[in-house]
Design a protein around this ligand. Structure first.
Ligand code: ATP
Ligand code: MG
Length: 770
């Protein structure tokens, strides 16, 4: 070993050091969450470079996300005290394979400039083949075939290798269509995501000279999150490592959460068979979490039968117990979490203030994010969504908002440009240039330029007719804004329907379309708390403006899957309800496989937390537009009593809402600010009398946590609008606290503490009873 100093080794424990310094031959690091696997792997790269064992381009290092790759590069640079020029082979499996495949494309009959199809393209192509084969796509959706093919690719099965057991797939046409699909891709000089790996495996298997070249080239191989590799990735790694066997894999069988995408936890278990004499390192000291958090995670994962079983310990102070709280519905849950985040930021609760970057909300399903985003926008709490755009930045939301903007202010040229040909109206670049020119020459807004273009016959034919229809629509919708018989929610629906925008997504058969339609519904729902369209648009533009990326601190929102490998001092885990988490699908499945994967996801979630971990559930939830009453997750029963503190929801504290003397059927109506669909919901009493809730309550003594501000709010009867007076302090479900500065019929003008002055419908306002 070179005599260069290696101070970076001092920050490792003996087991980690062993894994870092054992450079020759296969090494497997198998250890639980937060034990420093990634840290050891990163240090190993540093050590390889520092000792001169390998140059940066001779190390093949596989991470699970591009973000993880960037982080690893910057950590290596920081430790070495210099930027690491070119670690070209540090990245995800896909990123690395694209590079390799471009070099050897001709070996699988592609050109090096092949295109990579996204899922939309893939589905479109499959549809053509399905139609040509005379198959009824309604009965046999293309999406289904697409997942079958993905699954074969994940298992490294080319069409000729599909096993007899799978012959019946997709109405017995699966294997044949798979072969046709691959042939078609070759004709198009294209491949899909799964092909990137599959083609490389094929090339390595059929061209030993190419394989040997890379076996020599990649002198050291490192793999993080090994438990989530699928068969194709596993074969690819095994082929590359076969020569020198300098492969170091790290993973945790308890964190295998991609089984649904073909990951095989068995890969980690057979490492020692594939690489006899492998040096196995186990790490048991956890450096991330407090003992309470660790105990909660360990107890939950103990419920799984198929696992290697590992014990974790920590030297950290015991800290706070894992906190558990139930809420009336998803909106209340979001509101409570927003307040918790703010109070932690302010440093109440007897703790030092924390930055927003230190806090994360991890959800099971991405549709859970909307409630948090909306709440945070309302109270002006900066947030970022990791692994996807934020709600108001999504394509369909921006399009819809452009329509609303144009109705409210017809001179909004940017909005006009955005929607003039969305949906397609046959108004291409040329027509749009004509409109621009006329508008410019006459000093008119684009809408007026367009009107003139139609009237003067500068734009004729189909495009002209469609444009006229749009312009007439804009005038009509503009008039409707003053129609007292129409709510602005209804108007929003009319605009989206009559403009053809909703229809465009209904006609779209890509897998994303249903989600986009769902988001449009969510958008209309979000309008509810505002007096009119304009108020809503102002609200969004103001908050979006505040939110433009200023590099400031933000609370993170992401799915549990996207949170793998990350850590945060404060973690919120909302939505722990049967059917949501664990997912309905995993519960419906026969056998425990799906459920065990969900439990591993729970383990991943809890172990992201360093100091404060809060698990919550709601008694009612709107799932795809329907109110459902929810039961606490079965995983909640698996939390160890001694390490969990049950918090009392605001609504139960000190009489709170209950003391307002409302009947059970009326109070939830006002509480949740929802005027429709109530009959579908369980009453508050039903939820709090449910066995799951009682079990939970019995575990721990009640203790109020959040400032019981809301609980002092008295619920006002729907007809009691006149009981409000100016100067009164009130609470609004969406905007929080404020003071009434004006009353107009059933509307109140309120100066909100956080959301500014707004006109709101009185029935959504509670008077604060001081
Ligand atoms: P996961 O399974 O969640 O991916 P991991 O095993 O990869 O976790 P790391 O992310 O590497 O764990 O480390 C967890 C935390 O512990 C990090 O903040 C890291 O800096 C710290 N850590 C790791 N090893 C040590 C050590 N020897 N001394 C002090 N802190 C350490
Ligand atoms: Mg890690």
């Amino acid at each position: 070993m070179a005599a260069r100093p290696a101070p970076y080794l001092d920050s490792l424990n003996p087991a980690q050091r062993e894994a870092v310094e054992h450079l020759d031959g296969p090494v497997l690091m198998l250890a639980g969450a937060g034990t420093g696997k990634t840290k050891a792997l990163t240090t190993r790269i540093v050590h390889l470079l520092n000792t001169g064992r390998a140059r940066p381009n001779e190390i093949l290092s596989v991470t699970f996300t591009n973000k993880a790759a960037r982080e690893m590069k910057s950590r290596v640079s920081a430790t070495l005290g210099q930027t690491v020029e070119g670690m070209p082979w540090l990245g995800t499996f896909h990123a690395i394979c694209v590079k390799l495949l471009r070099r050897h494309a001709e070996l699988v009959e592609l050109k090096s400039n092949f295109t990579i199809l996204d899922r939309d393209d893939q589905i479109r192509l499959l549809k053509q083949l399905i139609q040509a084969a005379g198959i009824d796509e309604k009965r046999w959706p293309a999406r289904q075939l697409s997942s079958i093919i993905d699954d074969w690719k994940n298992r490294a099965l080319t069409p000729d290798k599909v096993p007899a057991a799978d012959a019946g797939a997709y109405n017995h046409k699966g294997p044949q269509l798979y072969a046709q699909y691959q042939a078609r891709l070759r004709e198009l000089n294209a491949c899909d995501f799964g092909d990137l790996l599959l083609h490389m495996v094929t090339i390595f298997q059929t061209h030993p000279d190419v394989l040997e070249q890379y076996q020599r080239w990649f002198r050291y191989i490192l793999v993080d999150e090994y438990q989530d590799t699928n068969v194709a990735q596993y074969l690819w790694l095994r082929l590359l490592a076969q020569g020198h066997r300098n492969i170091c894999c790290v993973g945790d069988d308890d964190q295998s959460i991609y089984g649904w995408r073909g990951a095989e936890v068995g890969n980690i278990l057979r490492f020692e068979k594939d690489f006899p004499g492998a040096h196995v390192v186990r790490l048991e000291q956890n450096y991330r979490s407090t003992p309470h958090i660790l105990a909660a995670a360990s107890n939950v994962i103990r419920g799984n039968s198929s696992r290697l079983g590992k014990e974790l310990w920590t030297e950290a102070d015991s800290g706070e117990k894992v906190r558990l709280i139930g809420h009336w519905d998803g909106e209340e849950e979001a509101r409570w979490i927003g307040e918790e985040v703010e109070s932690m930021q302010a440093g109440t609760r007897g703790m030092a203030p924390r930055g927003l970057d230190d806090m994360a909300i991890l959800v099971r399903a991405s549709h859970q994010m909307r409630a948090f985003e909306d709440r945070f926008l309302t109270i002006g709490l900066p947030y970022r969504v990791i692994g996807g755009p934020r709600f108001y930045e999504r394509l369909e939301i921006r399009d819809a908002m452009a329509y609303f903007r144009l109705v409210v202010s017809p001179e909004d040229d940017l909005a006009f440009e955005r929607i003039v040909n969305t949906p397609k109206r046959g108004l291409g670049d040329k027509a749009q240039q004509t409109i621009q020119r006329i508008a410019r020459d006459n000093g008119l807004p684009l809408v007026e330029g367009a009107r003139r273009a139609v009237e003067d016959g500068a734009i004729k034919g189909k495009g002209g007719a469609a444009l006229r229809e749009l312009l007439d629509g804009l005038v009509r919708w503009g008039r409707m804004t003053g129609d007292p018989d129409m709510t602005h929610m209804e108007l929003a629906e009319v605009i989206l329907d009559e403009s053809g925008y909703t229809g465009m997504w209904q006609a779209d058969k890509t897998p994303e379309a249903p989600g986009r339609l769902e988001n449009l519904k969510e958008l209309v729902k979000a309008l509810e708390g505002f007096e009119n369209l304009q108020g809503f648009l102002e609200h969004v533009s103001l908050v979006m403006d505040n939110e433009s990326d200023d590099g400031g601190e933000k609370v993170s929102i992401m799915t549990l899957h996207a949170a793998k490998g990350l850590e945060f001092p404060v973690v919120f885990l909302p939505g722990w309800e049967d059917g949501l988490f664990p997912s309905q699908r995993s519960m419906d499945e026969s056998g425990v496989k799906g459920l065990e994967e969900e439990r591993r996801l729970a383990y991943v979630g809890i172990t992201r937390a360093e100091e404060v971990c809060t698990i919550s559930f709601a008694g009612n939830r709107r799932v795809f537009g329907q109110w459902q009453s929810q039961m606490p997750s079965r995983f909640i029963d698996e939390l160890p009593e001694d390490h969990v503190e049950v918090l009392t929801p605001p609504g139960l504290y000190g009489g709170g809402y209950g003391a307002a003397g409302m009947s059970a059927s009326a109070s939830p109506q006002i509480m949740a600010g929802q005027a429709s669909g109530l009959h579908d919901r369980a009453s508050r009493a039903d939820v709090y009398n449910s066995p799951g809730w009682k079990r939970m309550q019995a575990r721990s003594q009640e203790r109020p946590v959040s400032q019981p501000r809301e609980s002092r709010a008295q619920v006002i009867d729907l007809d009691a609008v006149s009981s409000f007076e100016t100067g009164q302090r009130v609470f609004h479900q969406k905007f929080g606290y404020g003071e009434i500065i004006g009353i107009e019929g059933d509307k109140l003008e309120v100066a909100f503490e956080k959301a500014g002055t707004k006109k709101v419908v009185a029935k959504f306002v509670h008077a604060e009873d001081d």
